[in-house]
Design a protein around this ligand. Structure first.
Ligand code: TYM
Length: 326
């Protein structure tokens, strides 16, 4: 059975973009694949996080994964930081990665521009991501399109390691959802919808109330044509709303277009708001039941045991191949 794996970094509340780009894909695939889903808490530290908020958010992420439909009986769930073999593997992989290729990562280039005093972790983070993927022989990595380059880097590192030291890693592939979708900020639909501390009007958090969701969607930036048509270049706002509905309802863009022939944006936005509210309130109900139960700890205890066992085996195999075993 093929193995799929993905992780989300707890830098803010999970957004509708994360749900569509990563979690929903995992839910669909958990019956057909061996599925691993983790909280990339080490990745969050590449940019300073308030420790208390970060701590609280980690458990919320796990409860939300399950509320979104991830089944702990089918999917291994764990915290990245509880597996020190992954960070040890990451260092071995750093020594097989060129500085040039790490510094060419788009996300590194963008984020390092935002702050002059960025951390070294921001540069090495994709290599830790390669360790996350490679330690357990992952075949497929469902991600949003913004992470595709990092998965390709993991593949290149794995290939180089295999060539230098002998067959060790499976070469992973990124799995970007069918429409290659990157859900955009509702207020600035040329920018991706991204996790943030504040409750920005362009970002829908999985914890938003129905009133907030409705308000944000009704005020989403559009164009003045008043025709519901998919055209990402000239109508990024409307195309983004169409992408959201298509992904949540598993319907095609064409079906949405046909439904709104001769109708205007107000009616369309009301329809989008209804759908998003329906999906999110069902998830929130499940989340509220889970967050205070003991279930989460036992799920994580089980997950980390298996994850550590696999990572230890891979680490020792790498050490032996690289010549650092006594
Ligand atoms: P992160 O936490 O930024 O995002 C988590 C997942 O959500 C996807 N995503 C989106 N998809 C569609 N539209 C959006 N607006 C949107 N925003 C985010 C991301 O592509 C991602 O799939 N480095 C990773 C976490 C990570 C990881 C891994 C992922 C660490 N190790 C190993 C896969 C495998 C990250 O920062 O994702």
């Amino acid at each position: 059975m093929k193995r799929i794996l993905t992780g989300l970094k707890p830098t803010g509340e999970i957004t509708l973009g994360n749900y569509i780009g990563a979690i929903k894909q995992m839910v669909k695939m958990q019956d057909e694949y061996e599925t691993y889903l983790f909280v990339a808490d080490l990745h969050a530290l590449t940019v300073y996080q308030d420790p208390k908020k970060l701590h609280d958010r980690i458990k919320r992420f796990i409860a939300l994964y399950i509320a979104c439909g991830i089944d702990p009986d089918k999917c291994l769930i764990y915290l990245q930081s509880e597996n020190p073999y992954i960070t040890a593997i990451s260092f071995l992989l750093e020594c097989t990665t060129y500085y040039g290729e790490a510094s060419r990562m788009i996300q590194f280039k963008e984020k390092s521009k935002e702050n002059k005093n960025f951390s070294v972790g921001l540069l090495t983070y994709p290599i830790l991501m390669a360790a996350d993927i490679l330690y357990c022989d992952t075949d497929l990595v469902p991600v949003g399109i913004d992470q595709k380059q990092h998965v390709e880097l993991a593949r290149n590192i794995a290939e180089r390691f295999n060539n230098k030291y002998g067959d060790t890693f499976i070469l992973p592939d990124a799995l970007v959802s069918e429409s290659g979708v990157k859900i955009k900020d509702l207020k600035n639909p040329t920018k991706k919808m991204s996790k943030s501390e504040g409750n920005k009007d362009g970002v829908i958090s999985m914890f938003d109330s129905s009133e907030d969701i409705r308000r944000k969607i009704m005020h989403a930036t559009t164009d003045s044509e008043n025709v519901v048509k998919f055209d990402e270049e000239n109508k990024p706002g409307i195309s983004n709303l169409m992408n959201i509905v298509a992904n949540l309802e598993d319907i095609t863009i064409e079906e949405i277009t046909n439904k709104f022939v001769g109708k205007g944006y107000k009616e369309f936005k009301e329809y989008v708001a209804d759908i998003v509210c329906q999906h999110l309130s069902a998830i929130q109900d499940k989340y509220n039941k889970l967050i205070n139960s003991n279930e989460i700890d036992s799920i994580l205890d089980n997950g980390i045991k298996i994850s550590q066992k696999l990572a230890k085996e891979k680490y020792l195999d790498m050490c032996q191949k690289m010549g650092i075993v006594r």
